[in-house]
Design a protein around this ligand. Structure first.
Ligand code: NAD
Length: 500
């Protein structure tokens, strides 16, 4: 063990007072490099107390001052992209260029937060009744919490806290215990940018920390991103404690390929979106639905490209795909591939048993491609979260869309076609929150919102964009009358007030 990651409370590092720690592993070597503190209830309470204290002044700090801090943070984040990407690679395993992409997409949301005054400017109607004006304003909630997954240790927290803080809330983040260092570095940069102590806090840990946040009376809202079973638990529990909740869950993203599609473009897209980040993306394409005659040709092109993907440590600039997060997860992913033939799939590529020379203890797995996958196969039904692509064959567009819409998940989806009419129909008919037309990973830009349907999101709000501002504020409507001194007194009137 070379390092210890503690918490960040009240603008400074806080010792892991509970004395409980968990291991953080470099997935490329299998070595434990760091120990991360696991917060107990008292430590969570200390973080919430710091956030609550800071909220008294941060919520009334002027928009000019709040955004000035965010502008400075934006500059610092930009200058430290490489360093944060390196922290991500060391603990998550994804290749450096991919980690840089994650930081860039987080930065987009920080930039949106810099422009929050435009989104918070409210509405005013004058003279709605005689000498009566009505204003709608939005105010911060107070202390809000974010609970985030291992697969985007920098970007997903940045989907949340920049908007929350810009809106005048204070924040308690519980990052994934598997790769906590990027979030801690972000906390330091926020402080360097001049964010007042206590506005942004980090508690590390596991379920104990999460469950305390879910029930804490001073936490007004909870944003969660992670797997579907935990998202459901978060939504149910935090709602039962009276909190506003948005809980984004897992996915099984489908890509429909029509016979008229550019097959080279479709095959490139399928390989990039299925195997990028070793498939550990909630927007990964994990099921290609090939329509009509297109299947054989498409599978051949995917196979050819997948065979050339270079696997290795994320620190090696030659590597295109890194290891999986843990050995246990690697073994679970492999079990889906090993059971595929028995479930009726045709195993075109079997990535199990793969190792990288000189890094034999890393959590490696190669690329797997399964064809003619029945919808009953376990590899199709479950979110595998690894480099395993299923191809399903259907005869028609209608059959393809029906198959996709029968999935319990509805995060991202894509259609590959040259037919504008079919693409338009697909946009309207598919049951998913994010749709790509010849775009395999349709992650919305910062000023549109991100979110899925069905078991991919619990709650009413998508994340960031206008939905983010709405989630982190509550509405208030002020009705004002300033009578003219010349007006006759209104007198007592017990009737329900009417506008006139
Ligand atoms: P996870 O659900 O295991 O963990 C997410 C967070 O919840 C972590 O901070 C973890 O410590 C905490 N947690 C885990 N078990 C808990 C429990 N029993 N009670 C309370 N808290 C608990 O997810 P993960 O493995 O870190 O991330 C991968 C999952 O996240 C995948 O399912 C992926 O699809 C999903 N994901 C979804 C999106 C999206 O936008 N929809 C984005 C990224 C990841």
């Amino acid at each position: 063990m070379t390092r210890t990651v503690n918490h960040w409370i009240g603008g400074k590092p806080a010792e892991g007072a509970s004395g409980t720690f968990g291991p953080v592993t470099d997935p490329a070597t299998g070595e434990v490099t760091t120990q991360v503190a696991f917060a107990d209830r008292d430590e969570v309470d200390a973080a919430v107390a710091a956030a609550r204290e800071a909220s008294a002044t941060w919520g009334t700090t002027s928009l000019a001052q709040r955004t000035a801090v965010l502008f400075r943070f934006r500059t610092l984040l930009d200058a430290h992209r490489d360093e944060i990407a390196a922290l991500i690679t060391a603990e998550h395993g994804k290749v450096h260029s991919d980690a840089l992409g994650e930081v860039a997409r987080g930065l987009e949301v920080v930039e949106l937060a810099c422009s929050i005054p435009g989104q918070l400017k409210g509405e005013l109607s004058t003279e709605v009744s005689t000498r009566v004006d009505v204003a709608s304003i939005r105010q911060p909630l107070g202390v809000v919490a974010g609970i985030t997954p291992f697969n985007f240790p920098a970007m997903v927290p940045m989907w949340m806290f920049p908007i929350a803080i810009a809106c005048g809330n204070t924040f308690v983040l519980k990052p994934s215990e598997k790769d906590p260092s990027a979030a801690m570095r972000v906390a330091e940069l926020l402080s360097e940018a001049g964010l007042p102590d206590g506005v942004f806090n980090v508690v590390n840990g596991d379920r104990t920390a999460v469950d305390r946040l879910l029930e804490h009376p001073d936490v007004a809202a909870v944003s969660f991103v992670g797997s579907t079973p935990i998202a459901r638990h978060i939504h149910t529990t935090a709602s039962a404690h009276g909190k506003r909740v948005q809980a984004l869950g897992g996915a099984k993203n489908h890509m429909l390929v029509l016979p008229d599609a550019d097959l080279d473009a479709a095959a490139d897209a399928a390989v990039s979106a299925a195997y990028g980040s070793a498939g550990e993306r909630c927007m990964a394409i994990s099921a290609v639905v090939a329509v009509g005659s297109v299947g054989d040709d498409l599978v051949a092109r995917i196979k050819e490209r997948a065979g050339k993907v270079r696997i290795g440590p994320g620190t090696d600039p030659e590597s295109e795909m890194g290891p999986l997060i843990t050995a246990a997860h690697r073994d679970k992913v492999a079990s889906y591939v090993r059971g595929a033939a028995e479930d009726g799939c045709e195993v075109v590529l079997d990535g199990t048993g793969y190792t990288v020379e000189g890094h034999e203890n890393g959590h490696w797995i190669g690329l797997s491609l399964l064809d003619r996958v029945p919808t009953t196969a376990k590899a199709y039904r479950d979110e595998i979260f690894g480099p395993v692509l299923c191809v399903l064959r259907v005869d028609t567009y209608e059959e393809g869309v029906a198959l996709m819409n029968a999935s319990p998940f509805g995060n991202g989806t894509a259609i590959f076609t040259r037919d504008g009419g079919a693409a338009r129909r697909f946009q309207l008919e598919v049951q998913a929150g994010m749709v790509g037309v010849n775009v395999p990973i349709p992650v919305p830009v910062g000023y549109h919102s991100f979110g899925g349907w069905k078991d991919s999101l619990f709650g009413d709000h998508h994340i960031y964009g206008n939905d983010g501002t709405h989630f982190y504020t509550r509405g208030k409507v002020v009705t004002t009358r300033w009578p003219d001194p010349a007006d006759a007194p209104a007198g007592v009137d017990l009737g329900f007030p009417r506008n006139h």
